[in-house]
Design a protein around this ligand. Sequence first.
Ligand code: TYD
Ligand code: MG
Length: 455
Amino acid sequence: MAKVKKAFICSNCGAHSSKWEGKCHSCEEWNTLVEEVITKDTSEESKRNVWKEETALKPKKLSEIQLGETARIISYDKELNRVLGGGIVMGSLVLIGGHPGIGKSTLLLQLAVSLKKKVLYISGEESEEQIKMRAERIQYKNLNCFILTETNVVKILQQAKNGHVDLIIIDSIQTLSSPYIESTPGTISQIRECTGELQRFAKETNIPIFVIGHITKDGSIAGPKLLEHMVDVVLQFEGDRHHTYRILRTIKNRFGSTDEIGIYEMQSVGLRQVNNPSELLLSQSQEDLSGSAISATIEGLRPMLLEIQALVTPSAYGTPQRSATGFDLRRLSMLLAVLEKRCGLPFAQSDVFLNIAGGIKVADPSIDLAIVVALISSLQDIPINRKCCFAGEIGLSGEIRAVNRVEQRIQEANRLGFEQIYISSYNNKGISQSKYDIEILSVSKVEDLLRKLFD
Ligand code: TYD
Ligand code: MG
């Protein structure tokens, strides 16, 4: 093997240095030097004017390229198939990120034991016994699932090659190390080198590889952003650890749409796929209670009805408290300010607590309307009919704005037996009431809504 040449390169200015230093000698930035393999074969690198030589490689016309059917492994996990764009693509490198304890290892072990394929599960984090215990818990069936506790990427790939496996799972990328680099596992240079190695292996052998990646406190995948650029698919596993629902979201997908989400419920026997989210995310109570309203939202491409709960009480202190779970606190403050200004409602003297049922985080702005309704309902202690739902975004001047895919929301609410849905007047065009049993009501301002619902 040719000698491996390494250097420390400044990630700010690109200056080379033969040893690690805290401060770059060129641009004087601190902590920017990163270890990199410059070349694995010095003799090839030193050749000049190689471009003058003839090469067998010919560029192809776009029209000449034949499109074969992308081969995919269809797993038993319908939610995972959905987020991957219809199954696991052969030779793909998939990264799954998520907070500790959210269930990443469980999700992939479940995949490993449910496939009728030879799977190699590599763990650098847990012992064989621990994995066996988890497998017993999820009642494993696949007798062709092999466990290896190893962190050296070269040895792992040797094992995979010699064992003729169909799928590789790596838990986690931060524990892997490449013998070509001296940095400790988890550093930027190690992660980059190992990921590069895995990507090359996957493409050459056509074996799909799943890797787990830790995420940092602010929610991004630990290690360089480059990691996300290098892999084919990035999935994020999220949810509140104290609740049972988990969402698998696509951040990047070279083989499908990034709008898909998968929903799971963590049970004592592993993750269960949730194919019909709406029925679970509405609380079971049949009574009309004040402070609760139902929003017809769309997460990814899936419509679902979510319950919003608000509690508004007179504040005991000078500075009122505001707290929100599953919703952006600044957006809540904005909605409260709109209600105060446009409808003259006295939220400035009240503590406000907001909760989205199921511990789900929602990014869809159409949830605004249900939040506003829940807030007013709690403030005035007037319950809202549980057979009524809402979809609309609220603007700063109190206007109710149109939302996307409104027909899909109406269909879902209709299917679940809701009697009324409030939408924006700007959304109302082209929707025929006669197609649905549900009554479609349109509003254009929060003042109108207040009059219609609470007078
Ligand atoms: P784990 O997959 O280890 O999370 P990660 O790899 O993302 O860190 O799962 C962690 C949690 O899931 C753990 O707190 C226990 C819980 N769990 C269940 O509730 N039921 C189960 O069947 C399993 C295997 C785990
Ligand atoms: Mg784990």
